[in-house]
Design a protein around this ligand. Structure first.
Ligand code: DX5
Ligand code: ZN
Length: 210
């Protein structure tokens, strides 16, 4: 069985004590730290930005996947790369020049990810799949932790997996939103390589057996 990587989302951590949150991630089977950046424009809330990423960077060797839920992500990728991001994932819906941006992220020496919200079909990613390192399929509408997974979004994971083998590509597929003890097996079965979990992971009773 292939190895699936757990990526806890810091969005559901207690921001008063990020140090404990990082320790909890470090002592779990996690392979990636998922960092949700929200600008109050692309999504209603504002979370945290480059200075927080920079402060966390020296305290773990785990890679940081910065998930940019922001308008104009092109204005921020350099500073997040400098702050310590290893993977930078932007939304297809937030920029016109997605191909240019994905190449730019790779030119910075980082892994480039593209994400789609539940209403965006996989077909719109067609031209990008040969460029990006990662596709992040949102299984909730972005903006908040603790929402319910939309099961129909998992069909997109299966579709991406089929396209990947058909075209001989090697991007990773990540699933983000509503993953908990009740949904995790359906997410893994759909073909996810990386599974993001926020509220379930930090609630304490999340079981990971992959
Ligand atoms: C949603 C974020 C997710 C979210 C996941 O806008 O991109 O990463 O925090 O949280 P849960 O696992 O609680 O849905
Ligand atoms: Zn996210």
């Amino acid at each position: 069985m292939k190895k699936v990587v757990l990526a806890p989302s810091l969005l559901s951590a207690d921001f008063f004590d990020l140090s404990s949150a990082l320790k909890k991630i470090e002592s779990s089977p996690a392979g990636i730290v998922h960092i949700d950046v929200m600008d109050g424009q692309f999504v209603p809330q504002i979370s945290y930005g480059q200075p927080v990423v920079k402060s966390l960077r020296p305290h773990t060797a785990l890679p940081f996947d910065v998930h940019l839920m922001v308008e104009k992500p092109e204005s921020m990728v350099d500073s997040f790369a400098q702050a310590g991001a290893d993977m930078i994932t932007f939304h297809l819906e937030s920029t016109v020049h997605a191909d240019r941006l994905a190449h730019h992220i790779k030119d910075l020496g980082k892994k480039a990810g593209v994400s789609i919200v539940p209403s965006t079909p996989v077909s719109l990613l067609s031209e990008l799949l040969g460029v990006v390192d990662l596709v992040l399929v949102m299984t909730v509408n972005p903006g908040f932790g603790g929402q319910k997974l939309i099961p129909s979004c998992l069909e997109k994971v299966r579709e991406l997996s089929r396209i990947r083998s058909g075209r001989g590509l090697d991007f990773l597929i990540s699933v983000d939103g509503g993953v908990n003890n009740g949904t995790v097996s359906s997410v893994v079965d759909s073909g996810a390589d990386i599974v993001v979990s926020g509220s379930a992971f930090f609630s304490g009773d999340f079981e990971w057996k992959y």
